[in-house]
Design a protein around this ligand. Structure first.
Ligand code: ADP
Length: 140
């Protein structure tokens, strides 16, 4: 199986509740390696750009406001099939639908405030990593 990289965000609801370490431990226990990480405060313009794919959705404004409400922790994760593996560890978007033991089932507050973001495909992973990190910051 191929070693792959994916992009992850510990979202504001989780940083606010001081859950960054617990979430990192769940990622690591799930077989992923954090090869880059930083805590940042997004601007509204950056949040709007990052989620521009959802610009026409009714929840877009709420989502962008949420993403700037507290600091976030952006990460690059590496592992075998990291994109899919991370989605499994995260659980379904809505915590009510997420499986037991997943990050969202364990920690998310709601469909919107769902604790973690993970890339959904190789193209978006590459784009999202490049948006937040310089190549020199990825230390595998
Ligand atoms: P995922 O983060 O699981 O890839 P999506 O890409 O569909 O899910 O949505 C991006 C984010 O937008 C979700 O993680 C969630 O925070 C928010 N979101 C999605 N759907 C809704 C909704 N119906 N109401 C409020 N927020 C939503």
């Amino acid at each position: 199986m191929a070693l792959e990289r994916t992009f992850s965000i510990v979202k504001p609801d989780a940083t606010k509740r001081n859950l960054t370490g617990k979430i990192c431990a769940m990622l690591e226990d799930g077989g992923l390696r954090i090869i880059a990480q930083k805590r940042i405060q997004l601007t509204l313009a950056q949040a709007q750009e990052f989620y521009s794919v959802h610009a026409e959705r009714p929840f877009y404004d709420e989502l962008c406001e949420f993403m700037v409400s507290e600091p976030i922790v952006v990460q690059v994760l590496e592992g075998e099939n990291a994109i899919l593996r991370n989605r499994e560890i995260m659980g379904a978007t809505n915590p009510a639908d997420a499986e037991e033991g997943t990050i969202r089932k364990t920690h998310a507050l709601s469909l919107g405030e769902n604790s973690i973001h993970g890339s959904d495909a190789p193209e978006t992973a590459a784009e999202e990593i490049a948006y937040f990190f310089a190549g020199l910051e990825l230390v595998g």
